[in-house]
Design a protein around this ligand. Structure first.
Ligand code: NAD
Length: 490
């Protein structure tokens, strides 16, 4: 099938190259992907630019109507979308059915509501003889780049607030997982979204992506992906002073105080570290456990890790799917091997099971140095490192000792410790006695090198709108008082 969606129609990309679409659970090729050329990116941007003016002037109620219809269509096609997402991204079908697709439907309904809730300061007389008001306006044409770990949800997080606020968008999904994004765009057209408002260009980041983000017709770049690529994009967009919104990497700490409910913390660590085979920017990756609970925590998590079922992605009994590709699996394995070679203990896991898929056993590591690669950098796989601490100050300092700041959790039954953790941990989200849940109504976004700006929630609309001050003279006077400051006419 064609892999470009431009001006409301599927089209073949006109670049010379093609890409292979691989099922990571089998290594079997699913399809051949045509690639968007610079001309295709140009066509998508032209379509977006010409559709933008009328869409930005449509009433919020009409935009909400389209999004409500889109939510209903996503509900209608939920099972097909879950199957497609599962096959292409290597997700266990349970995860696709219970998290990816319902999350997207809820997000769509949420942004139907927020389309009608743009807010600003009250119109009023803030200087004598004038009335000021605020207009909140769409930014224009958004160029957006998404990753492969949650293809449908990441597309939704980018597209929904943008179009709810009246923008047009050209989105480049990851070249590894374009299909549910294309289906999402087709459903948006079926829901009544005007042609050209939501376009998809598919291809590699270095060509299709780089062309899109640097293009002068793009008013704003919204990116979700690694910190390294995000930094390249910030540099590349500086030349045209584009607004940027960056959702980047994470290395979430998981801090367990000595009064925590051990069973809750151990189960939370397993679910929080293994979600999406650890390929989650908010996944628990560094557990810091206060010394009295350390041994019991390591034993409990190790035992639960050993019970995790790896299997075919379409089997509802499968807990853990493969990594996104064999290349990524090799990268994860190399990081674990390097930690082992540096003296860390691999308590369980640390190997790829036999078979053609890109699977890797859940891996628990202890004895790593705080400044080591496995503690400081993203593994993006089913790997949890456990370290210990003595005082509360030390635990919180270790949690903050990272260049990332996307998410974190603290586990305690003491309200004062909990409140202190929420105040002192520098991250865009802090959970107490849980790790991972997200809701459409609340913002998601990073501190530090995890980026800036917010996805989801009312806050996302700030990213995709400009605030304009409009000031009216209310006196009708030809000679205003303040003119005296500039020329003192007799
Ligand atoms: P990536 O940075 O390698 O790629 C992300 C996207 O950028 C892809 O579509 C890719 O094709 C494109 N790209 C690559 N080079 C480009 C360039 N020079 N110009 C323009 N586009 C380019 O990330 P990934 O491996 O796809 O995804 C995993 C990363 O995403 C992890 O670091 C993870 O933490 C992060 N992530 C962050 C969030 C968040 O909300 N903060 C959510 C999901 C994933």
């Amino acid at each position: 099938m064609p892999y470009q969606y431009i001006n409301g129609r599927l089209r073949n990309g006109s670049a010379d190259e093609t890409l292979e679409l691989i099922d990571p659970s089998t290594g079997i090729q699913l399809d051949t992907v045509d690639v968007a050329s610079a001309d295709d990116v140009e066509s998508a941007l032209e379509a977006a630019r010409s559709a933008y003016n009328s869409w930005s002037r449509v009433t919020p109620g009409e935009r909400a109507g389209v999004l409500n219809k889109l939510a209903a269509l996503l509900e209608r096609d939920a099972e097909d979308l879950a199957q497609l997402e599962s096959r292409e991204a290597g997700k266990p079908i349970r995860l696709a059915r219970e998290f990816d697709v319902p999350g997207t439907i809820d997000n769509t309904s949420f942004f139907a509501g927020t389309a009608r809730n743009l807010e600003g300061k009250a119109t009023g007389e803030y200087a004598a003889g004038t009335t000021s008001s605020i207009r909140r306006e769409a930014v224009g044409v958004v160029g957006s780049i998404a990753p492969w770990n949650y293809p449908l949800q990441m597309a939704a997080w980018k597209v929904l607030p943008a179009i709810a606020a009246g923008n047009a968008i050209v989105l480049k999904p990851s070249e590894l997982t374009p299909s549910t994004t294309l289906r999402f765009a087709q459903l948006a057209t079926e829901a009544g979204l005007p042609d050209g408002i939501f376009n998809v260009v598919t291809g590699p980041g270095a060509t299709t992506g780089a062309t899109l983000i640097a293009h002068p017709q793009v008013d704003m770049v919204s990116f979700t992906g690694s910190t390294m690529v995000g930094q390249q994009i910030i540099a590349a967009t500086a030349a045209t002073s584009k607004r940027t919104h960056m959702e980047l990497g994470g290395k979430a700490p998981f801090v367990v105080f000595d009064d925590a409910d051990l069973e809750a913390a151990a189960h939370g660590a397993v679910a929080g570290s293994l979600i999406n085979t650890g390929q989650d920017c908010t996944a628990a990756t560094r557990a810091y456990v206060q010394r009295p609970l350390y041994d019991a925590f390591v034993a409990a998590v190790g035992e639960l890790y050993d019970r995790v079922v790896l299997g075919p992605t379409d089997d509802p009994a499968t807990d853990l799917g493969p990594l996104i590709s064999h290349q990524h699996r090799d990268r994860v394995a190399a990081m674990v091997d390097a930690a082992r070679a540096a003296g860390s203990t691999v308590v369980t896991g640390g190997f790829a099971p036999e078979g053609p898929g890109a699977y890797y056993r859940p891996t628990l590591i202890t004895g790593a140095a705080q400044d080591s690669d496995i503690v400081q950098n993203e593994v993006f796989g089913p790997v949890l490192v456990v370290l210990t601490f003595d005082t509360d100050d030390e635990g919180l300092a270790l949690a903050n000792d990272s260049r990332f700041g996307l998410a974190a959790s603290a586990w305690t039954t003491n309200v004062h410790r909990a409140l202190r953790a929420t105040r002192d941990i520098r991250a865009g989200a802090v959970w107490i006695n849980d790790h991972i849940p997200i809701v459409s109504d609340m913002p998601h976004g990073g501190y530090k090198q995890s980026g800036y700006g917010k996805d989801m929630s009312q806050y996302a609309l700030d990213e995709y709108t400009n605030v304009k001050h409009v000031m009216f003279d209310t006196t009708g006077d030809a000679h205003k008082d303040w003119h005296r400051t500039i020329f003192a006419m007799p």
